[in-house]
Design a protein around this ligand. Structure first.
Ligand SMILES: [Zn+2]
Length: 274
């Protein structure tokens, strides 16, 4: 996420442009190998908008992950692809992945889509075809036990995250940051992205959707789909491989901690041991 002031200005091109159809093809191969179903829910300028789902039988946590919202943030889709190829999305959960939410921005290497809209401020007004199609897909999905929105920040000096946890469920934030630390420093600033941190590297923004004038994806998810949401932000000034490693560690730890926490409740018995 970025400060409000930036939403009015087009971002400079900061990232090597992606080839979204080629990346989608790589996701499709990895997804089929990992037992996922690929659902193309729309298309924009010839680039597919797609979701990958894998439903595990029996009571399982439902975990949603998204990436590629901002076209100048290359590490998140690449981290998701690497995780998909690694086999981490196994039978511990039912999975919902939207890896490439802004294909035209990825082509251009810009934060906004090709028409200049910041999609991550559009989940209330729904002006962009990408957010219209994405929310239509989301409405067909069940509630999620955890959502992870994966991003990068060009101005931060380290990794940080946003937490939305309105019902005071067990926090995953400390475990995530501890897992990131061997790969990447944590942003220690008292104010990050214009918001005062709740603890080192942790921002807990106003989460009441009705107090927010514009909705990022995370606020939409909190309003309609989940009671526990994290937005992960790797620092773009660091090398790409390091950011991917940090994001992978964060995501793997969040998943492991969530499955452990929900395994303690009757609603989700622990998965069978291999
Ligand atoms: Zn972003």
């Amino acid at each position: 996420m970025k400060t409000v002031s930036k939403k009015h200005a087009m971002s400079a091109v900061k990232a090597a442009p992606f080839d979204p159809p080629a990346l989608a093809a790589r996701f499709e191969i990895a997804a089929r190998a990992a037992g996922f179903r690929l659902e193309s829910y729309d298309e924009i300028n010839g680039c597919p908008l797609f979701a990958l789902t894998k439903r595990t039988p029996g009571p399982r946590p439902r975990i949603y992950l998204s990436a590629g919202m901002h076209g100048d943030e290359p590490a998140p889709p690449l981290a998701l692809l690497a995780l998909l190829q690694s086999g981490i999305f196994d039978d511990r959960a039912t999975w919902f992945l939207c890896p490439q939410l802004n294909p035209t921005g990825l082509v251009l290497g810009t934060r906004e889509n090709a028409t200049g809209l910041d999609l991550n401020r559009d989940y209330l007004d729904l002006r962009a075809p990408e957010t219209v199609a994405h929310t239509a897909w989301l409405r067909r999905q069940p509630p999620f036990d955890l959502t992870l929105c994966i991003h990068e920040d060009w101005e931060s000096t380290g990794f940080y995250l946003y937490e939305l946890n309105p019902t005071a469920r067990p926090t995953l934030a400390d475990a995530i940051l501890a897992a990131v630390l061997p790969h990447c420093p944590i942003d220690s600033a008292a104010t990050i992205d214009g918001r005062v941190t709740a603890a080192t590297g942790i921002i807990r923004p106003i989460d009441d959707p009705f107090l927010r004038e514009t909705w990022p994806e995370a606020i939409y998810l909190r309003a309609h789909h989940t009671t526990l949401s994290y937005t992960l932000e790797s620092p773009s000034a660091f090398p790409l491989a390091q950011r991917i490693a940090a994001l992978r560690a964060a995501i793997e730890t969040a998943i492991t901690a969530l499955v452990r926490d929900l395994g303690k409740t009757p609603a989700y018995p622990p998965p069978p041991q291999p």
